[in-house]
Structures are given as structure tokens and as C-alpha cells.
Design a protein around this ligand. Structure first.
Ligand SMILES: [Zn+2]
Ligand SMILES: [Zn+2]
Length: 118
């Protein structure tokens, strides 16, 4: 197959199982064993992706985030994780995080933002 799904996927996506099928057309650029993520480049459209690994061992889903970074050292994990948390919770609430001094929007269904949730 000469087409890929990259352009039709959101910026942040839950990786469908098996993970290997999702990354099948991707070339591994870099792996971080401390952040539990791989940096991939799509062989077909050259889109870069940062994809989590290992979450399935905790019976959780891995998430993938589109990026323009060509190295994991440039990648903003904090912002990416905030996007992932927001996706898991189905979006942001209208309320501000209850954590003292924080002005971020809380995640839907809870009173804290992605940074301050337990
Ligand atoms: Zn692609
Ligand atoms: Zn907060």
C-alpha cells in the first residue's frame, strides 16, 4: 500500500493495538528508554511521530503525537503529555484547576489540570 493515514489522524492519537501495526510504515529515528517513547518518521509522507511504548504492560494504551522535531531532545514532553491527558479525559473542563496558584484549565470530569492531577 502506497498511502498512509498520517494526514487523516489527529495531532494526538490513542495507538490502536497492536502497536507494531501502527508503526509498520514508520522508520525508527530514536528511542528514549527514560521517556518510554520512540521517535519515528513515516516512510510515505515524512511525518514525524513520537510514540509511547510499554504502556500495554500496564494494560493502558500507548499514545502517539505528531511532531516537527527531528530529535527527542528537542521534543516538548510536557506539552505532549498535557495533550495526551486531555484526550484521555475527553477534553478540558470549563473550570480552572483547583491547585493553588495554577491558572490552567482543569480536565473534564476532574478538578485539576494535567500537571496537577494525581
Ligand atoms: Zn505518513
Ligand atoms: Zn494545575
Amino acid at each position: 500500500m502506497k498511502t498512509c493515514k498520517c494526514s487523516s489522524l489527529a495531532e494526538t492519537v490513542e495507538v490502536p493495538m497492536p502497536r507494531d501495526a501502527f508503526v509498520e510504515k514508520f522508520k525508527t529515528i530514536e528511542r528514549s528508554n527514560t521517556e518510554w517513547t520512540d521517535l519515528f518518521k513515516c516512510n510515505l509522507c515524512n511525518q514525524f511521530w513520537v510514540v509511547e511504548f510499554g504502556a500495554e504492560m500496564d494494560r493502558r494504551s500507548n499514545f502517539a503525537v505528531k511532531t516537527k522535531c527531528k530529535s527527542l531532545s528537542e521534543f516538548d514532553f510536557l506539552t505532549a503529555r498535557a495533550g495526551i491527558e486531555s484526550l484521555k479525559h475527553g477534553g478540558l473542563s470549563r473550570d480552572i484547576c483547583m491547585f493553588a496558584g495554577c491558572s490552567q484549565q482543569a480536565l473534564k470530569g476532574i478538578v485539576f489540570c494535567s500537571k496537577h492531577k494525581l
